[in-house]
Write a protein that binds this ligand. Structure first.
Ligand code: PEP
Ligand code: MN
Length: 348
């Protein structure tokens, strides 16, 4: 829909606008109002270049899009009935909790094995463990291929499916070959379109699930859902959106907690939303409140950093990881909120 700055377009302007849309296989239909005439674009109005050229005209106020730019991830797409299932949980039908270490310590695999059993006992259905880590400090521990074996061994010991972050094509191949069930796209890479495409191509035709974090710098919903669309476009729609806090941080928290985005995502996409409160608040003592708020906002699940002995952990674990007893309490209370939400609204 084209809204001109003046009450209506002059004949010359209308001719210019018509010439542009015709190039893209569309037509113009004026809608005459009492005070103002607006112009509907008939045809597929999603072409970015057409919109940019119209928006660049000095006499155009704005273009309102009627069609969603997300052909696959839109809540009105044919995929809206698609359900994602992992760890015995169908997203949207039961609360999904992903929990485990921020970072697997390859020198101390015993902690990860203990944590794996403990998070299962606490009610987690997917085990997380960072094999390769995006670290701000180049001298900090960057992860280790050996941790992939530890991750898969923990999966075999507990029967839990596993989630780990991949940051490049080489890690992606190693993780897929090892049989990792859920691939995490981290906040730093959620805007890395070539990695999103590589992941989309690698998971196409597989049951692998992608947990797509929200970038620290993603302002609009459009940017977040479009990142998912990049992956889905290759054929595997098993994508879970994961808000994890944005910049600038709220004083005292690691990031700006963004669980309030859940109802907006619900409106615009069918994709399930699993909130990561650990990276949002950045401190174990704040995690329970943030986790429960996320469920109150309608999240389908939680991704939490947990460790049997946080002080012995590496990466974010010493400050951020909750202990298994705290995890169990969060899950217990989150289920109660989940049940209330779903009893009254069906969760939507
Ligand atoms: C993580 O999950 O440990 C992590 C690094 O997450 P994010 O990409 O959200 O910072
Ligand atoms: Mn972490």
């Amino acid at each position: 829909m084209i809204l001109p700055k003046a009450a209506k377009l002059t004949p010359d302007q209308l001719q210019e606008v018509t010439a542009i849309v015709t190039e893209f296989g569309c037509r113009i239909h004026p809608i005459v109002g009492a005070l103002r005439t607006i112009y509907a674009i008939l045809g597929d109005e999603r072409d970015e270049l057409m919109i940019n050229r119209l928006e660049g005209l000095p006499y155009i106020e704005r273009i309102d899009r009627i069609q969603s730019p997300f052909k696959l991830m839109d809540s009105r797409s044919d995929l809206a009935t698609h359900r994602i299932r992992i760890g015995g949980v169908t997203l949207g039908e039961e609360l999904l909790v992903i929990a485990g270490h921020c970072t697997i310590d390859p020198k101390h695999p015993e902690y990860f094995y203990e944590t794996a059993h403990a998070v299962k006992e606490a009610g987690a259905r997917v085990l997380r463990g960072g094999v390769w880590k995006p670290r701000t400090n180049p001298y900090a521990f960057q992860g280790d291929d050996k941790s992939l074996d530890i991750l898969m061994e923990a999966s075999r010991r507990t029967g839990l499916p596993v989630d780990t972050e991949v940051m490049d094509e080489c890690q992606l191949k190693l993780a897929i070959d090892a049989g990792v069930h859920m691939l995490q796209v981290g906040a730093r890479n959620a805007l890395n379109y070539s990695l999103l495409r590589q992941i989309g191509a690698a998971v196409a035709g597989r049951a692998t699930i992608v947990l797509l974090k929200r970038s620290l710098h993603m302002g609009t919903l459009n940017e977040f859902i479009s990142a998912a669309e990049y992956i889905a476009n290759f054929g595997n729609p098993n994508i879970i959106l994961c808000p994890r806090g944005t910049a600038p941080a709220l004083d005292g928290y690691r990031n700006h907690p963004d669980e309030s985005i859940v109802p907006l995502l619900r409106e615009h996409t069918w994709a399930p939303v699993v909130v990561d409160p650990s990276h949002a608040v950045g401190k174990a003592s704040y995690v329970p409140a943030a986790a429960l708020a996320a469920i109150a906002y309608g999240a389908d699940g939680l991704c939490l950093e947990a460790h049997v002995q946080p002080s012995k952990g590496i990466g974010d674990d010493p400050k951020q990881a909750v202990t298994p007893d705290v995890l169990a309490a969060i899950i217990h209370r989150a289920r109660a909120i989940w049940d209330l939400n779903h009893a009254e609204t069906g969760g939507r």
